[in-house]
Design a protein around this ligand. Structure first.
Ligand code: FE2
Length: 347
């Protein structure tokens, strides 16, 4: 059995660009306003499931593209043969199914998803502008694997020092995702309690597979079981978000969330997509995005600040993965829209 991990490189540790520590909502929303759509639920709870954003056929297209991508590595992965759902037959992932390396975040199909009109429309409605930039976040292809020691990882993706609504994360779901399938679990309502929780000094939980501190993810906080309880005692609820192909979920980055390990037969297929107004970004952040775009590096979900190029090489059994590559198998079609969303071209 292979052991796989992401290399901790010196250069990865120091390279976060366009750092920002805002302490209030980047846009002030009128709390008395009624939108008459998903925004009402989003502003109430800090998260919302939006149904049928993509058609079933379109979602299946992305499932097929993700499977094709896995098979391009020629490691013997076969979606119909469970014995191949192991590290030896898969490229190197994070937490069992998230991919950031191998130019994966700039594959043609990942950009096609970012430019789906119905997905862009969600972020345009949310922020009230069509001048958006996108993250180069990863995909999630997670078979129910038997070769993993996997434990959930309750966390939020906003630094405790940062207050207010800074970013809203998105996930587009491609395959059926029921109660037992691998998927997203959200602590509904927890975003609104972020400031109260972090008003006290809090120690991040010491999780066995937490990223090593030298990686310095600026916007990651791991919660302990006691912290999870703290939110539950205040009326929040952990909810597994069951989704059909083509559904989309949005959550405020302050929301406590985690993944559920896939059980049963179904491979999880999803992609993380996040967009914020270009005007939030500094020149330094835009410059870093350009570097990521040109070198096919991924980022975290943050589109406009704390740009952290995922340039680490994937490691397999202590060595750089022999399948390591620096370009997508299928390069994206670079349209005007892609350049604008990448932050490379101004509006
Ligand atoms: Fe997260």
């Amino acid at each position: 059995m292979s052991t796989t991990t992401t290399q901790t490189q010196e250069d990865g540790a120091r390279r976060t660009f366009g750092t920002q520590y805002e302490t209030k909502d980047l846009i002030e929303f009128d709390t008395s306003k009624i939108y008459g759509d998903w925004r009402d639920e989003f502003h109430k709870y800090g998260c919302v499931l939006i149904k049928n954003v993509l058609s079933k056929e379109r979602a299946q297209y992305y499932v097929d593209k993700q499977l094709e991508w896995l098979k391009n590595f020629d490691l013997g992965f076969d979606e119909k043969d469970k014995s191949t759902w192991t590290a030896d037959h898969l490229p190197v992932s994070f937490k069992g199914g998230m991919y950031f390396a191998y130019g994966s975040t700039h594959e043609k199909h990942t950009w096609e998803a970012r430019t789906e009109p119905a997905i862009v429309d969600i972020f345009e409605k949310l922020w009230g502008t069509d001048e958006l930039i996108t993250s180069f976040d990863g995909v999630n292809i997670f078979p129910p694997r038997k070769d993993l020691n996997w434990t959930p990882w309750p966390h939020c993706d906003q630094n405790p020092e940062r207050k207010g609504m800074q970013a809203v994360q998105g996930l587009v779901n491609y395959a059926p995702n029921g109660e037992n399938d691998g998927g997203l679990v959200l602590m509904k309502g927890s975003a609104k309690l972020h400031d109260e929780f972090f008003a006290h000094k809090r120690e991040a939980a010491d999780h066995e597979d937490a990223p090593p501190p030298e990686i310095k993810f600026m916007d990651l906080f791991l919660f302990s079981q006691k912290d999870v309880k703290w939110f539950e005692e205040r009326g929040c609820e952990l909810v597994k978000i069951n989704m059909e192909p083509g559904d989309f979920v949005l959550w405020d980055s302050r929301t406590l969330h985690m993944a559920k390990f896939p059980e049963g037969e179904q491979i999880r297929h999803a992609q993380y997509i996040c967009m914020t107004p270009r005007k939030f970004a500094t020149d330094e952040a835009l410059e870093a995005k350009k570097e990521c775009f040109e070198n096919y590096y991924g980022t975290t979900h943050w589109p406009h600040c704390n740009v952290r190029p995922s340039s680490e090489k994937p490691m397999r059994n202590g060595e750089v993965c022999p399948k390591y590559r620096t370009e997508p198998f299928e390069k994206p079609t670079v349209t005007d829209q892609v350049l604008k969303l990448a932050g490379v071209k101004p509006y």
